[in-house]
Design a protein around this ligand. Sequence first.
Ligand SMILES: *Cc1c(COP(=O)(O)O)cnc(C)c1O
Length: 452
Amino acid sequence: MTTPQSWDARAKAATFFGFTDLPSINERGTVIITHGEGPYIIDTEGRRYLDANSGLWNIVAGFDHEGLTRAAQEQYARFPGYHAFFGRMSDQAVLLSEKLVEISPFESGKVFYTNSGSEANDTMVKMLWFMHAAEGNPQKRKIITRKNAYHGVTAISASMTGKPYNSVFGLPLDGFVHLSCPHYWREGRDGETEAEFTARMGAELEEVIAREGADTIAGFFAEPIMGAGGVIPPSDGYFDTIIPILRKHGIPVISDEVICGLGRTGEMWGCETYGFTPDVIISSKALTAGFFPMGAIILGPEISDRLQRATDAIEEFPHGFTASGHPVGCAIALKAIEVIEGGLLDNVRRLTPAFEAGLQRLSQMDNIGEWRGKGLMGALEAVKDKATKTPFDGSLSVSERIANTCTDHGLICRPLGQSIVLAPPFIATDAHLEEMFDKLEAALKKVFSEVA
Ligand SMILES: *Cc1c(COP(=O)(O)O)cnc(C)c1O
């Protein structure tokens, strides 16, 4: 309710909102949160919500994890802040780098820190440009990603993101090439088998490389499962098809594991779920369980050697952020990894069958066209006509209405396109999943009865 002194009025008066639909908050109001308990958030009105999106995929250990809070408090008391320039950095940064290489699929490697996933992708592109130029290939600058991919919002990472909304910024920049989205259910042609679809994705990549010229391409970035694109697992055999093509042309493969990494898909890394080894892993989000802003670039052995040689030649890699490698963030990340390795990853695996069963059950509804997911990330896509996969008219805002109805009943889930996305925290219990599916089912029934 908006009254002049309400939290809602004050939030609206003093906030410039990002990624927020203004007509919705004008009609429904903002949600101003004071604290959390386990997977629940509680707002200024005393309302309690089960957050089935783990914040933005990141608060995987709940909102009041004592071990993480204690790790932060102890590090604040010991050494509250430092940078990682000039060969000076905290002991916590060293410990975290060793740990990240240890849990990575790489035999050896090196880590570079940022404050977000966007900055990590942005930095990685600069690393590739720098490396290729130092190797005598300054023309190797183009970056290949996919339509519907999400890699962030800085000017470079937004250019990598394959979403139409970036046109308001005059993005993408030149030299960012977007392949088709490997979503068989939506993008497959009439009569095309999934194997044929995957082969077509491979053929498209070959054509793009031939058209652009392999000697102009700096690297390929992909999320193992597209997250903000609407939880889109690749078609069967997709990475098995495209990775050899990229290897043949000497194009570095960067796995953007900002969502998939650290357990979300049921393995430590999404690339392990899909059986490929990239050259670089980008991590953020669950890295600190959402308790601190942090991104990490985990360079595999080959790229770290090449970057080291490029840097040795000019004596310095001229790039870094003031707060990256922050000792408190590193201490929290070390604790988060300990907690994930020490039980949360097992819990993701334990919950996955029930999570998939719930998605599958709701996908029986007449107006759900597809369920999809892996581990504890999933989506249900609403359709007007199940047989023809015809979407609802956009003006009906079906997924937004479903999510709003859920919110009214104490469940936070996210509308993305015509899909509802679920990404419960790794600490969830069977009871939390039941509550989530019960509330979602009620909302789906209500909204479909209004629009169908
Ligand atoms: C969220 C996300 C990013 C951007 O991370 P920020 O911390 O929001 O900058 C990049 N890549 C993927 C796959 C993401 O989901």
